[in-house]
Design a protein around this ligand. Structure first.
Ligand SMILES: [Zn+2]
Length: 85
């Protein structure tokens, strides 16, 4: 049997919007752009606050999404026949 000494509780975050603690991390699927540029990212962590009802992405997550977007742009540009050289 597992002993539960000082078990970590579910991550209690402080809400950036209202400042209350108790905001929780949830994983959602987000989509960006549309058509050929549609980008779907699964398991995006968002902070959900039960106090003010706000849900938002952390700076770290936004940074990661930008990175994925840029990567996607680069790979899709390879298909287009534009050559500047
Ligand atoms: Zn809040």
């Amino acid at each position: 049997m597992l002993t539960t000494t000082k078990t970590k509780k579910a991550k209690a975050l402080t809400c950036d919007v209202c400042g209350e603690s108790g905001a929780q991390l949830r994983y959602v699927t987000r989509s960006y752009g549309k058509g050929a540029n549609l980008l779907i990212i699964e398991n995006v962590p968002i902070v959900v606050c039960p106090h003010c009802g706000e849900s938002y992405l952390t700076a770290e997550t936004l940074h990661e999404i930008e990175r994925i977007k840029n990567f996607k742009l680069q790979t899709s540009n390879l298909k287009s026949p534009t050559s500047d050289l």
